[in-house]
Design a protein around this ligand. Structure first.
Ligand SMILES: [Zn+2]
Ligand SMILES: [Zn+2]
Ligand SMILES: [Zn+2]
Length: 274
């Protein structure tokens, strides 16, 4: 059986459930159907995508002459949805002929608005983009926290040495995040804030993925072990030639969850070991 599902990331939740992030909704439903159509898996686990989640999209080049109410009315008619489920936040701070907005909308409308890509409002083209939030620290350049919470050494975003970026005198770019991967195949000759950064690009891919929740009924330790094991396999099979050792697993529920994860991870890359 080859499902062709590509796992972007998986991690346990604080309620001992498991989140598997896959690239889009089609893959998410393939995964959900796989579990539901397998009697044994279906009897042990509840699997679903989160519902009624609010999603955010970015609207750019919105003429400043329109009020928030006018924009919301226009979008609700374009999406054939109730105006009350939408909300709008202006992101532009300065006066300008065009503004950028963040639009919050129920998840069920996200795909259709992104598929449209643009709206024609009178004679103006409004561009719609997916909202992806990735934080990077201006002090240490790491992703995932902001400089006000930073406990690390100051690192230059340009050359990766320990000084403030504004004091940099180097003309050779070296990205600290790519450099710390210690992989000679990864290009490091860019600034840490570059959109070419491979770490940034991987995070973007993970952020834009679709989560599938598996209600596991396992203990925290069991979920963590199973999730780490599958993550190691995801990492290992992406490096050609690595061998993977599987830990011994106790208990039917853990075995079946591990079985499902291994099946998903391996099917996409090589012949299934099971
Ligand atoms: Zn930091
Ligand atoms: Zn520097
Ligand atoms: Zn980089």
């Amino acid at each position: 059986m080859n499902l062709g599902i590509h796992i972007q990331k998986l991690h346990p939740t604080n309620k001992n459930n498991l989140v598997i992030r896959v690239s889009d909704e089609t893959e998410a439903h393939k995964l959900i159907d796989t579990v539901r159509n397998n009697d044994e898996l279906n009897s042990l686990f509840t699997v679903d995508t989160p519902k009624l989640i609010t999603k955010r999209v970015i609207l750019t080049r919105v003429p400043s002459s329109y009020s928030d109410d006018q924009i919301l009315k226009f979008i609700s008619s374009e999406l054939s949805c109730d105006v009350s489920v939408l909300s709008l936040k202006k992101l532009s701070k300065l006066q300008s002929p065009f503004y950028t907005y963040m639009l919050c909308l129920p998840e069920i409308y996200e795909q259709s608005i992104l598929n449209k890509g643009r709206f024609l409002l009178d004679f103006h083209t409004i561009i719609i983009k997916k909202y992806i939030k990735i934080t990077r620290c201006f002090n240490c350049q790491c992703f995932g926290h902001v400089s006000s919470n930073c406990k690390y050494l100051t690192i230059c975003s340009k050359c990766s040495q320990s000084h403030h970026s504004k004091d940099c005198k180097s003309d050779v770019y070296c990205c600290i995040n790519c450099k710390s991967l210690q992989d000679t195949n990864i290009d490091t000759s860019h600034c840490a804030d570059s959109s070419l950064c491979s770490v940034f690009q991987r995070l973007m891919k993970e952020e834009s993925s679709t989560p599938v929740f598996i209600r596991t009924g396992l203990t925290k330790e069991q979920v963590t072990t199973t999730s780490n094991m599958a993550t190691n396999i995801v990492d290992a099979v992406s490096l050609a030639g690595s061998s993977v050792s599987l830990p011994s697993i106790n208990g039917l529920r853990v075995q079946m969850l591990a079985y499902l994860l291994i099946m998903l991870v391996w099917n996409n890359r090589m012949n299934s070991p099971l």
